[in-house]
Write a protein that binds this ligand. Structure first.
Ligand code: SF4
Ligand code: SF4
Length: 308
């Protein structure tokens, strides 16, 4: 067995021990086609007010810009599909990814442990961990590493774990054996396109971010345009609709990551509880959650938009 293959297997095996659902490897290269698609998408203003998406384009598509001498991208998936969902049918719906502790911290902690393991067990490599926080195209790298395909709803879909997965990467200056990409299993399906309430999936594989409920409820500052009134299907933070209805998510197993377990009080909240939530209660209840990133004022704005 080649050294690269042995190292790759040791790394993957430890990634699974850390609780990641899957781990795959790709060789560092310039993502030419993804770079072109991203530039086209930005050129059509589909990033809305998310101007940060246009920053550091070279770094986004070329890992060597982020880690000098980079050789491999190790991509990991962490399942976040919850075993229990919000219980109150009238409660404003929160995206499943925000149920527990902010995933940025959880995934990064685990990635740092993986990097330390590689440095102790394999070689004094240089590397950096990324979780949706640096300019990097996570889905493209995870796809290249054979962890899934990018579906028509633009989410990475794993055959085994569906799309309720967080993606993280380690970029390191160690040569490893790369995995092969898997095929696209969307086939003739258009369920997500038909189900999107705001028509944000404007064509297969292209989501107009500026029309997406996730963008409106999490990223957008100021008001939400009136033309979208009545179309949010009670979503107050994020939107999982195009994932909830995807057949590849129908049989996924719940995660076992303790940090993502929600408080029972959160699961039990009804519409009244949400509308009466004070700033202090919000800060206490969501102090470690991704919901905190949107803040109390925007949450209130979203609640009012749903009621209007
Ligand atoms: S997250 Fe919601 S609004 Fe955005 S593309 Fe999917 S279904 Fe449409
Ligand atoms: S709903 Fe169908 S088209 Fe959309 S991502 Fe899932 S499999 Fe692909």
């Amino acid at each position: 067995m080649s050294t690269q293959k042995t190292h790759s297997e040791i790394i993957k095996s430890f990634a699974l021990e850390l609780g990641f659902a899957a781990c795959g490897i790709s060789k560092v290269r310039f993502l030419e086609e993804d770079s072109k698609k991203l530039r086209d998408w930005l050129g059509k203003d589909m990033n809305g007010e998310m101007s940060y998406m246009a920053n550091y384009l070279d770094k986004r598509t070329n890992p060597e810009e982020l880690v000098p001498g980079a050789k491999s991208v190790i991509s990991v998936l962490l399942n976040y599909f919850p075993g229990e969902e919000q219980k109150n049918k009238d409660a404003p719906v929160v995206s499943k990814y925000a149920y527990g502790e902010d995933y940025h911290f959880v995934v990064k902690r685990k990635l740092k442990m993986l990097l330390e393991f590689i440095q102790e067990e394999i070689d004094e490599v240089k590397g950096r961990a990324f979780v949706d926080s640096a300019p990097i195209l996570d889905r493209a790298w995870a796809r290249n590493a054979g962890l899934g395909w990018v579906g028509k709803n633009s989410m990475l879909i794993s055959k085994d774990y569906g799309s309720f997965v967080f993606i993280g990467e380690l970029i390191i200056d160690l040569e490893l054996q790369a995995d092969l990409p898997v095929k696209d299993y969307c086939g003739n399906c258009t369920i997500c396109i038909d189900a999107c309430p705001t028509g944000a999936i404007i064509q297969p594989y292209v989501v107009d971010g500026s029309k997406c409920i996730s963008y409106f409820t999490i990223e957008k500052k100021g008001g939400i345009p009136d033309q979208f009134k009545g179309k949010f299907m009670n979503r107050v933070f994020g939107c999982d609709i195009c994932q909830d209805i995807c057949p590849w998510n129908s049989k996924v197993q719940p995660h076992k990551t303790e940090e993502f377990y929600p408080e029972s009080r959160f699961l039990e909240m009804g519409s009244k509880d949400w509308n009466n939530l004070s700033r202090e209660e919000f800060q206490k209840m969501f102090k470690d959650s991704a919901l905190k990133r949107t803040g109390y004022d925007r949450l209130k704005r979203n609640l009012e938009f749903l009621e209007s």
